[in-house]
Design a binder for this molecule. Structure first.
Ligand SMILES: [Zn+2]
Length: 316
């Protein structure tokens, strides 16, 4: 099977698995034709940029000897991303950091690695990419080729340096997945959160692959400690954000937990909780459709049902 065929199949699977739960205010089918995607480049100052195309947001930090890049969207967007980066700098990508394993964030691994980038991730990302994973709807994602695997992995914390720039990487266990990393560029005061944070839509919580609402809340609290009023936050999905957006997001997650915990205590099944529409006010605020709302309810319910121990557990 050619790489293009493989990528196409993996891509359809991932779109099926990961995009159902993350409907924006204006939901539409994800474009299988990536030729229609435009990459928007936003200058955040201090040689730091946010790129938005299709898939997870990207952060680019330019150092004297090259670029540190956070996430790479879908594989077919590689050339467009390169062209977008070239509007800001002619330096090569030296480090590509995967915030987690989902293919709307890691699709560019093989192509950027082939051009000389070192792909960096938390160790569970490499495990999941290398072994293949199951999705919430029973969809199977096959292992990615060796060339797409991260070659520099870490467990809890890592500092990456290029001449003139430093990136602080930290892992939060059991949050969006079991391999999440945030990346903080202190000199620019820019925080790239990956899918630990989604703005303007419900977050996706990949409970089948080690994600849990309790970990999402713990991560949001830790990120609130890390930022100040001037920090620009590049969320995994949604527009550039600030501390007040992060606070509102954390509060929404906490309310969701409180409401569903109460329903569980009262003996509600997952279907009972769905029928109770416990997040009607959030649905209205986020413009979420029924599908997006139900996916979030299921993830919250399954997070809380999977055991109180996850609230304080750390990764194995
Ligand atoms: Zn994700």
């Amino acid at each position: 099977m050619s790489r293009i065929q493989f990528t196409g199949i993996a891509l359809s699977l991932m779109l099926a698995v990961f995009h159902v739960g993350a409907q924006p205010a204006n939901p539409g089918p994800p474009p299988h034709d990536f030729s229609t995607v435009d990459i928007k480049v936003e200058d955040l100052g201090h040689r730091t940029y946010m790129l938005e195309g299709q898939g997870g947001n990207i952060t680019v930090a330019v150092a004297d000897e090259g670029i540190m890049m956070v996430d790479s969207e879908f594989a077919p967007l590689h050339d467009k991303l390169k062209a977008a980066i070239a509007t800001a700098t002619d330096k090569p990508v030296r480090y590509l950091i995967d915030t987690h394993f989902h293919l709307d964030h890691t699709g560019g691994n093989a192509a950027f690695a082939a051009e000389g980038a070192t792909v960096v991730a938390q160790e569970n990302v490499r495990k999941r990419l290398g072994s293949g994973t199951e999705g919430m709807n029973g969809n199977h994602m096959p292992p990615v080729p060796q060339s797409a695997l991260p070659t520099k992995v870490y467990r809890d914390e890592l500092t990456l340096k290029l001449k003139g720039r430093t990136a602080e990487l930290r892992h939060f266990p059991a949050a969006h997945t079991d391999g999440d990393t945030y990346v903080y560029f202190a000199d620019a005061n820019v925080l790239a959160t990956g899918d630990l944070v989604s703005i303007g839509r419900y977050p996706y919580i990949d409970v089948v692959n080690g994600g849990n609402l309790n970990g999402m809340i713990a991560a949001a609290n830790a990120l609130l400690e890390r930022v100040n009023d001037k920090t620009r936050i590049v969320p995994g999905h949604g527009p550039l954000a600030g501390k007040s957006d992060l606070l509102a997001y954390r509060d929404m997650l906490q309310s969701a937990r409180t409401r569903v915990e109460k329903l569980i205590r009262e003996g509600s099944s997952e279907d009972d909780v769905l029928a109770a529409k416990p997040f009607a006010d959030f649905d209205a605020k986020l413009g979420a459709n029924d599908q997006a709302s139900q996916n979030f309810i299921r993830a919250v319910y399954r997070s809380l049902k999977s055991g109180a121990s996850t609230r304080s557990s750390s990764s194995p």
